[in-house]
Each structure stands twice: as C-alpha cells, then as structure tokens.
Design a protein around this ligand. Structure first.
Ligand code: GLC
Ligand code: CA
Length: 521
C-alpha cells in the first residue's frame, strides 16, 4: 500500500475544460501545470486526469487510439513528463486514466484485428467465427470488416472490447481467460502502465475495471485474477504507485488488488442515498437534502458491510461528482453542500473532488452534447477561474470556439468571487481539507464506528478514530442522549474542533442545531 494514500485528497481534472493556454478553446497540459498552485491551495495533494491519449474523441478520450502518445490538442509526451515533475516538486501525485477494456476502433491493434489474414492481433479483440454469428447479451458489430466475424463492443460503437477471455464458454470462438492471446492482452496493458509509470506518473484510475473478462457473476473472479497479476507488478516494481478502480464494489475490487475503489452513484447504494436519491417517488430522498426527512440508516446499511469487509485491503473513495455524473448543484443548495462536503472530506478512505465543485459550479442543463457526453456534458463545462476575465479566464478563444460554452448565468460562481467571500463554499472546502491533513483520525485509515443512528431520525453520530463526528442535515435541532450512544471514545471531552452551524454537548446529550456538522474530541 503506497503510504501517501493515507493522507491523499484527490482533485479530478477533465483536461478539456480546465485551463487553455494556447487559445484553441480546449484545455491543455500546460494549463494544468499553471494551476498546480491552485490545486495545492485547496489542500489537494493528488490529481486524477481523465484520458489525455491520442484519440478520435468520440467518447471524450475513452476511445484510445494510441495509449503511448499524448493527444496533440493537450500537448506532447514531454509536456506530460514535465507535468509529473512540476507536480512532484509541489508534493502532488498524478494519476492518469487507464482504459484497459476497449480501444478506439481506430487503434492499430484493431485495424490489424480486422484483417482477413491471421496475425498477432487477430484475437486481441473478441470476435465471433462468422459475420452472421452475433453475440448473445452483448452489443456487437458485424459487416464492418473484411474478416468473417462480428466483434463485441463495450460501450459506444467506437469502442470494441479487448479480449481478456470469457469465463463460462458456450461458443467455439470464446477463449478461456488463460489462453495465451488473452494473457497477451493483459501483458500489453501492463506494458502501457510501465511506459507511463517509468515516465513519472504515480498510478492510474482504471476505467470499467470490473468488466475485462466477460463473466456473469458479481464476484468477477476471472477479472480479479487479471488485477491480482497487475498488482504483483505494482508491489514488485512500483510499490509507491496507486491503482484506483471504477468498480464500486470494494469487497471485490480491493481484494483483487486495487488500493482504492470509487463509491459511485449506483441507484440505491449508500452514496446515492446520501446525495443523489432524487429519482424515487415523492421527491428527493437524499439524506443531505435539508427537507428530505431521511435517516442515515439506508446509507449505513450499504456502507458498513462494504467498509468492514474491505478495510483491511484498501480504501473506499467518496466523490463530490465526476465527469459522468450531474454536479450536486443540480439538486442541492450551498447550505446542503457544506454539510455534505464536510462529511465527504472527513470520512475514512481516499476522497475525490471534481474540478469546480469547490466553488459550486453548476450543472448546465441546456448545453449541446460534446464528444459523446450527452447528458454528461453539463458537468464538463469550462472551469470558472475569474469572472472579470474572458471566458472566466479559461481561454482566450472566441466564445463560440470553446470546447463547451461557459456558464452564462448571472450568478455563475468563480474562483475569484469565492476567494473574496469568507463564507464561500471554497473557503469551507479548504478548511475541512486542511483539518483532515492535521488529524490522522480524519484520514484514510481512521476507524469508523456508529455511535448513534436511528430510523426516522435525522441525526448521525459516529466515531472516526478518537474523534466524534455529528451530522444534522435537517432543519430542526436534534439531539442524542448519551445513554443511547455506543462506543463514545474514553478520551472524549466534548470539545469542538470544527463546526458548521450550532453544536454542543450538555451533561447528558449531544445537541446539533439545524443544518450542522461538528467534530468533537
Ligand atoms: C467509464 C468512463 C466514462 C466512459 C466509459 C467508457 O465509465 O468514466 O466516461 O464513457 O467508461 O469508457
Ligand atoms: Ca489549448
């Protein structure tokens, strides 16, 4: 386990929209370099950057054409190397985004795979043995290549699935996961990882990590074996590098070798019921909505077993949002976000902050889809640096040349505005992250235990290491009688070390005012 993860707070950068330094309307690596001090000022000490590889950009770069080449619109490989170096000088780690499950249909491997004559890459992808033989339960394409077969897709039409094998085989063209051609795919991916790690990157966020081998059960044991093998390489050759999975099943992902696994917005899971439960009947049921009247019980029912069963292997990663998810501002106001963020950035595990969420950037409802973004496009708009600058200081390009238009609303937030307002979300985010760095009990390894949570009650109190944390997202004052609490640390004095709203401890109760969050020692 890389030791630096213990105190890591990640900042996710969607490179297209962060900072454009050459006026072409698209963010670039140089732009990220110029904003490293800003990242540092937030207290973030690690970056995850969405794919920066050469790509036709039909899925914003998740359709990789050349894994070993930076897309010219972002710069060169030398720029990437410089980014790693400059970030390291400032104590910031950099994770790239690895897309191991599929390539672009324009990747050289795929072009070779489409050829009639058998070659090294014929089975790099999953092909059937006839152009009229489709694939049950998976999207596929037929008739596009001269080769007599259909190939499996992972996501969009432009993303043919790489071949890591099929676990339960029913067709003659399906290969076992330990077939030499499937092992060759894995080794090719390890070669790509080594290429970037040797250049100085600190690891990878791994796209769709759970679906390499095609297998039906949730345990994903065969895909797990691929990652166990990758982890061996990390432990042996890159012990300080990190692997973070897009899996959202830490009980599997962390056991198979990932150091951290995202808690994604999957309907009804613990993360969803905290922040994003707006799709069930009767309004928004998210715990952090001030008027939802939800208790923390649904969250705990999902989180506790995930946490307990995975904590000895690695970390759960909470997110504010990501490039696939609507920004929380779509449904939450600033008062709700403050309580929610205070919670997110003090929980055990390794948290991620999506660029712009620290200033409450909006989810843009009516932007035109860009590069396969569709409804995701609204969360990918240009970073709003400076409200007096052109395009919020994102780019010198004419407004109609921007990758995605900027937020045109009159109350669009910006970094400069937020910096000058002492009550801003930005200052709150900085202060809670700073507090996290000060207290080991608010970092990745802190031990989490519920002190007080009940059905039909808004209040949540838990122990984080030797600290007590109280949360009340609701509009009424709440309290927990000490006699109904379990596991209060012996050292507990009740002194506040952080609060939002009003909070205090009386002789027999912990009292939390409306919309409050308190850390007590
Ligand atoms: C992941 C990425 C998403 C991408 C998809 C296909 O879910 O986060 O942006 O479209 O994989 O690669
Ligand atoms: Ca640019």
């Amino acid at each position: 386990m890389p030791a630096w993860l213990k105190d890591a707070v990640f900042y996710e950068i969607y490179p297209q929209s962060f900072c454009d330094t050459n006026g072409d309307g698209i963010g670039d690596i140089e732009g990220i370099i110029t904003k490293l001090d800003y990242v540092k000022s937030l207290g973030c000490n690690a970056l995850w950057i969405n794919p920066i590889y050469d790509s036709p950009f039909k899925d914003a770069g998740y359709d990789v054409r050349d894994y070993k080449k930076v897309a010219p619109r972002y710069g060169t490989n030398d720029d990437a190397k410089r980014l790693f170096e400059e970030a390291h000088k400032k104590g910031i780690k950099v994770l790239l985004d690895l897309v191991p499950g599929h390539t672009s249909e324009e990747h050289e491997w795929f072009k070779k795979s489409c050829e009639i004559d058998h070659n090294e890459f014929s089975d790099r992808y999953i092909w059937t043995n006839g152009a009229f033989c489709g694939i049950a339960n998976h999207p596929y394409v037929g008739g596009e290549a001269e080769r007599d077969g259909c190939y499996m897709l992972n996501f969009f039409k432009c993303q043919p699935a790489l071949n890591y094998g099929v676990l339960n085989r029913t067709e003659p063209w399906q290969m076992a996961p330990d077939h030499p051609d499937c092992i060759a795919t894995r080794e090719a991916m390890k070669d790509i990882m080594r290429f970037w790690l040797d250049m100085g990157c600190d690891g990878f966020r791994v796209d769709m990590a759970d679906s390499l081998v095609k297998e039906d059960d949730d345990v994903k044991s065969a895909t797990g074996k691929v990652w166990e093998n990758v982890r061996e390489m990390f432990d042996r050759d890159y012990p300080e590098a990190a692997l973070v999975s897009e899996w959202s099943n830490p009980e599997c992902a962390l056991k198979y070798g990932f150091h951290a696994d995202f808690y994604l917005d999957h309907h009804g899971n613990g993360y969803n019921v905290l922040f994003r439960d707006g799709e069930t009947e009767g309004g928004d049921h998210s715990y952090f909505k001030k008027d939802s009247n939800e208790s923390p019980i649904r969250f705990l029912a999902d989180y506790r077993h995930k946490y307990e069963n995975s904590k000895k292997y690695g970390y759960i990663s909470f997110i504010s949002c990501n490039h696939d998810t609507p920004r929380l501002t779509k449904t939450m106001d600033e008062s709700e976000l403050k309580i929610g963020y205070a919670f997110l950035y003090t929980m055990p595990g390794v948290p991620f902050l999506y660029y712009g969420d620290e200033i409450g950037m909006k989810y843009l409802e009516n932007v035109r889809t860009k590069e396969g973004g569709f409804q995701r496009t609204g969360s990918r708009s240009p970073m709003q640096w400076d409200d007096s600058g052109k395009n919020f200081g994102f780019s010198e390009a004419p407004a109609d040349k921007l990758y995605i238009p900027v937020d045109a609303s009159a109350d669009a937030p910006s970094v400069t505005k937020a910096e000058s307002d002492p009550d801003s979300l930005l200052h709150m985010v900085k202060s809670i992250i700073a507090l996290r760095h000060e207290h080991e009990d608010l970092q990745a390894d802190a031990d989490f235990e519920v002190i007080y949570a009940k059905e039909n009650e808004r209040i949540l109190i838990y122990r984080s290491g030797n600290l007590g944390v109280g949360v009340n997202p609701g509009l009424e004052e709440v309290k927990a009688n000490k006699k109904d609490c379990t596991g209060i640390p012996a050292s507990f004095s009740g002194d506040l070390i952080y609060k939002i709203g009003e909070a205090g401890v009386t002789e027999d109760a912990i009292v939390l005012g409306k919309q409050s969050f308190a850390i007590l020692k």
